[in-house]
Design a protein around this ligand. Sequence first.
Ligand code: ASP
Ligand code: MG
Length: 408
Amino acid sequence: MSLIVQKYGGTSVADAERIRRVAARVATTRRAGNDVIVVVSAMGGTTDQLIDLARQVSPSPPGREMDMLLTAGERIAMALLAIAIHEEGVEAVSFTGSQAGILTDSSHGQAKIQEIRSFRVQESLKEGKVVIVAGFQGVDPESKDVTTLGRGGSDATAVALAAANHADVCEIYTDVDGVFTADPRIVADARKLDEVSFEEMLELAATGAKVLMLRSVEFGRNFNIPLHVRSSFHDGPGTWVKETTMEQAIISAISHDTSEAKVTVRGVPDRPGVAAALFEPLAAREVNVDMIVQNVSEDGTTDISFTVPTEHVPVAKEVTEKVIVEIEAAGVDVDEAVARVSVVGAGMKSHPGVAAKMFRVLASNGINIEMISTSSIRISCVVALDQIEEAVRVLHAAFEPPRMVGGL
Ligand code: ASP
Ligand code: MG
């Protein structure tokens, strides 16, 4: 007998009809003799609506109360699903994150799972019940307050539960067929990947692919839980995310991200300590700094550019404006009209020339590169926001992921 964790995203449980369909699928899995843990997201749009309601009553709602509010979304979905599964003639019990023993740190809105005490889940599984757990939430054992794991956090709940309960597989049901070689809304002939490695998926999730939350991929890799990302609307296979893949494409996918802004500090004196003086206070205010580029110095000064999520721009600006006075830099500019395109593929480790080809393809399409960053299996370029879709399209056409392209 296998233990299967199934996670259903918001669109998969968006209305009563879809909840009934999910219940039928869960019941079929249970009747086939498997133990089943189901993780649900809030019904589609609920979390956004609750956030919007909170903003209407306060511009800066307290984190604790935001978490009380948002966890309600998943609680509605889990109870409705339990009711629908009962209707299928299968016993089911729903638990909040706290009841399921998901212990987190105290950081409201972006809590990290620290431990899972699964005895209640295990007890119910032994009684033959399907266990439904509300996604995206846990409890801080010190304050006893509920916490949330950040947007998309139900993926993390599912993979963490799979790890803690030694599941055989973690299925992530969603509204797309799997992980694609590029965003199919931009690239008409984007293909579904049959499989992708954890290390590639980590890069894709970190550079804009929204199909899986980054932290869930980290759990999957750390505990070696194979993830199957698949559609909740049909039975066809999706994409397997696992440790090793059969073929190693040079480029597996093109990802893009439009949610970052570029901050440039001009005329920074070129002496030891200035970068630290700039980035320490940003870190202290929890600004997520991503790509950093320091230009060549001319006449003893240099420009430093970095990217931050657009929602961090106000704080980044406030901090940087203070710092430039201290370090005697010339000024600070913020450009929100930028986006990042990335090519990702484990095969590039052993194939030189990917970066050169990427830059040539962008250049010959008149796309200017503003910043570049790389890892051993990824190359990212920051370009103008209004050219991002074209950048994704021309790179997808040039690299044809995930096919092996001989002689780059
Ligand atoms: N409902 C939460 C969100 O919308 C968590 C999730 O869907 O995974 O971000
Ligand atoms: Mg999601």
